[in-house]
Design a protein around this ligand. Sequence first.
Ligand SMILES: C[S@@+](CC[C@H](N)C(=O)[O-])C[C@H]1O[C@@H](n2cnc3c(N)ncnc32)[C@H](O)[C@@H]1O
Length: 233
Amino acid sequence: MGKAYANKRSVENRPIGDLYHTPKSLVWELLKKEKLIEPVWECACGEGAITDVLSDNSISYKASDISSGINFLEIPNDFKWNGTIFTNPPFTYWDEFVVKAKHLTTKNIIMLGRVTYFGTQSRYNHNIWEGLKKVYMFTRYVDYQTPKRNDGLFHVGSLCTGWFLFDMDYTGEPTIGWINVEEYAKLGNYDNKKCRECKESVLKYINHNNFMECPNCGVLYDPLNKEYIDRDS
Ligand SMILES: C[S@@+](CC[C@H](N)C(=O)[O-])C[C@H]1O[C@@H](n2cnc3c(N)ncnc32)[C@H](O)[C@@H]1O
């Protein structure tokens, strides 16, 4: 399972380990709707976008990631976690993360995922949806290439995603809710913003988390205010 639904971006164009940051706003808004069963385990924590918010809300958690030596998929199934497993996993291994988390937790799982996953026959056949209690869909398509930012804003992209909540004691049908993220979708599209100076170079995030930069001439662009930054001012 998993590989068949792999991320369609070519491997060379994806960050190492598929490190994409969850916009903090997606976690802020989830916490307004759901009280998490503690302790929480962020098992693919990356640079801590989710755990930053847990910490700010005094929620007890443990964090691990393959980049710091803990491969979640290799944890023995007899290890038990009496709390919530909460992550935005690499989408390439989404099914494997759900299956492993179901082995390990006795309580709840919260995974960020693509809503299109529902339309896959083999997921249905393999009972991936067993225990799924609720899905909170985000009201805007999030581009997860957005760098880690403290204001929760994100670029809009082409993926319809949401939080998938599994409860190990739940046997009913899942329900759908929405998380309104309109106020955070302020950075425009991520891809293909051409440099005003070079015309052909595409702006990227290089050294500035909140500003895009031209890899060719170094011009800076602020996607929030949709303006170029004059370095001399
Ligand atoms: C999409 S990023 C999300 C990072 C973080 N959860 C967040 O929300 O910002 C996926 C993360 O999964 C980690 N990862 C990939 N395979 C893993 C594995 N088998 N076990 C643990 N972490 C893994 C990557 O290193 C990366 O940090």
